[in-house]
Design a protein around this ligand. Sequence first.
Ligand code: GTP
Ligand code: MG
Length: 380
Amino acid sequence: MAFFSKLKDKLFKSSSRLEQGLEAIVEDGGEETTAPDPVIPKPEPQPEPVPEVPQPQPEPQPVETPEPVPADPMPAPPPPEAAPSKFVLARMFSRNEAKTAIRRTLDDDMLEQLEELLIASDMGVDTALRVTSNMAEGRLGRKLSTQEIKQLLAQEVSRVMEPVAKPLPIYPKRPQVVLVVGVNGSGKTTTIGKLASQFKAAGKKVVIAAGDTFRAAAVEQLQVWGDRAGVPVLTAPEGSDPASLAFDALTRAQEDGADLLMIDTAGRLQNRADLMEELAKIVRVIRKVDETAPHNTLLVLDATTGQNALSQVETFRKLADVSGLVMTKLDGTAKGGVLVALADKFGLPIHAIGVGEQIDDLAPFDPEEFAAALTGLDQS
Ligand SMILES: Nc1nc2c(ncn2[C@@H]2O[C@H](COP(=O)(O)OP(=O)(O)OP(=O)(O)O)[C@@H](O)[C@H]2O)c(=O)[nH]1
Ligand SMILES: [Mg+2]
């Protein structure tokens, strides 16, 4: 299955909520028209080219062309150097839309409804306002179909997400130390297991340190993931000092010539001061072995917590030098919009998204795919 349709499938709850909401908005006050609105002009051209989609796709899709896919369905007239697919797409849309479609005039009422819908999808008030006002720019008074609204929304969402879509950077420094933090149950251990498996498959030598020494079950869980990924897991007795385990793990990773050391941490401590002290101690101690460590501090967030993810970022940025985010549990939640709010508010890199509990359910973050999946836009 093409990755896109998998993501769309998995983001079904988010996309179906938005999709149904958009349909309801257009139908409310819209009317059936046969003549398509001639243009949805966008004042400025698309600034960024579409990034390459890494997954091979079974049939030719417009996203595979090296040229940017037009976000506006009917550019008129298309520039002479536009890719053939642009014309094909534009013709396709004109044909389909020319039949009959319900269109609604974009006015303040409609914009307000769109804002409410986006806020209800956990995009947050500020981001929802910004996105809708960008959608409206130069288009007030135009008649738009649901498909056109979806395209506009997807375009604006991917514009917000584009700058933060960055894979976990790999440095020449070996071993590269990745500290993984996040609240209890956010998916830290699972994400480490998935990442370890992917890096191993890419030929990297990976070591995991089970830094959550508070719960014996946590260590066992990590060992199961380590076995699945074929990666050694260094552990310490329950209740022992996580910082000293991290120290030993880094020393061992150096001796073994490992490329990557991933350090799991506990999500639940008595209070924030404890958590801060523990993370600070881990960092202090590993710096005795390598003063440049940790090279990445990954904050793992659970999408199902919705707006709460925003305050978690604020909290953890005070506790640790967070360098990037992983958003888990995007499958089965209607709160996927929170990722747009996070990107808009903090601008921290989003390295990957978790879309399930299995080892291969961690995907690189692709803004175009995400935007299309979130809005229910059919890209095929
Ligand atoms: N559906 C789904 N479940 C996930 C995903 N990532 C993690 N989980 C599940 O979320 C639960 C908690 O995951 P853990 O990896 O144990 O979370 P943690 O942050 O290590 O938790 P603590 O060690 O208690 O702090 C487990 O049941 C995982 O299977 C995901 O992307 N999708
Ligand atoms: Mg854990």
